[in-house]
Design a binder for this molecule. Sequence first.
Ligand code: 1QQ
Length: 374
Amino acid sequence: ATGACVSQDANEASSDSALSGSGAGADCTIDETVKIGAVFSLTEAAAFAGAYQQEGLALGFEELNAAGGITYEVIQEDDKTTVEDSVAAFEKLINRDKVSAIVGPTLSNMAFTTYTDAQSAGVPALGVSTTAEGIPEIGDYIFRASLPEEVALAASIPAAKESLGLTKVAVLYDSADEFTTSAFNTIKDVLNEEGIEIVAEETFETADTDFAAQLTNVLEAEPDAVILSALPGATVPLVKQARSLGIEAPIVGGNAFNSPVLVGALEDAAEGLIVGGAWSAAADTTGNAEFIAAYTEKYGRAPDQFAAQAYTAAYLIDQAIRADCDANREAIKDNLGQILEYDSILGPISIDEEGEVHQEPVVQIVRDGAFTLL
Ligand code: 1QQ
C-alpha cells in the first residue's frame, strides 16, 4: 500500500504489523495500543465546543476499551483556537506520536490548513464539527462525522419559515471565518429557493464587539427574522445589542448555536433561537439515553451536540479498524469511507467514499433556556 504522495513517515507507520491483529469485527484483537490523536480548541474562543468534544471522545474510547480486544490511547492536544497551534498539534501527532488517525480540529477555519497537512502525510483525519463546504474534498484521507452546514440550514430555514411565517429576513455574517462565510453562501441559496427576501445584509469580523451600525440598518429594514452566521464570541454581544436596540425578530443561527454555553451566555435573549443540527437530547436514537446518562454521571453536566458527535467518532474509528482488524493509517483510510450504515446516537449515519457524512438533521428551538425539537 504505497503511493507517490505518501511520505516516508506515513509508510513506516502504515506498514506496522503490530497494529494489525487477528479475528474480525467484534472479535478483532490487536496487541499494540492504538494511538488516536485529538485536536480540539480547549481554550480561547472555540473552547465552548472543544471542551465538550474532548469529553465525548474520551467517553467513547473509554467504553470501547472496556469492551476489549483493542486498547485505545487518546493523545489530546489543544489548538487554543488558532491556526498556528492547530498546525503544530497535527505535526506533533503525525510525526512524533505517530498516531493512527486524528479527530478534530474544532473549527473549519483551522481544518482547511491542518487537513492539507494530514492529507500530504497520509494520516486519516475525522472532523466532528467542521461543517463548512469543501472539507471532505481536501483529499482521500479526510472525513467528517459533522453534519454539513448546508444540510443543517436546508432544514432550519424552511422550518423557521413554516413556524414563523417568514417572508423577509436580515442576514448578518462574520466575514473573517471560513465556517461563517461558507454558511452565508448557503443561507443565500436556501433563502432564494424558499422565496424569502433579504432586506438587510451586514458583515462583521470575529473579534468585533460593537454592532451598532449594522444593527441600525437591520432595525430599519424590519425583518421577520434575523439569520446570523457567527461564532459565540460575537453572537453574545450582537444579540444583546440587537435586543436593546429594539430588534425583537426571532434569530435563526448556524452550527455554533448548538451550544448550552451560548444559550447560557445569551440569557433571556436566547429564547426562540432556532438552529439546525446533528443531535438532540430529545431524540430517541439508539444508545442516546445511555450516552446522556453515562456522560452526565462522568462529567457532572449534560452533553451537547459537540460531545455527541465526538463520542460517535470514537465508534466510527473503531468500526473502521475492526473491519479488517487493522489500525494502520492506510486501513483506517480505506475503511472509514466504507461505513455504510452505523446506528449511532446521532441516528443512522454513513460516510461515503468521498469522506462525507450522511445523516438526518434535527431542528431545535430554545424554550425556557433549553433546546427542544421544533
Ligand atoms: C465549523 C463549525 C463550528 C461552529 C464548530 C464549533 O461548525 O467551524 O465548521
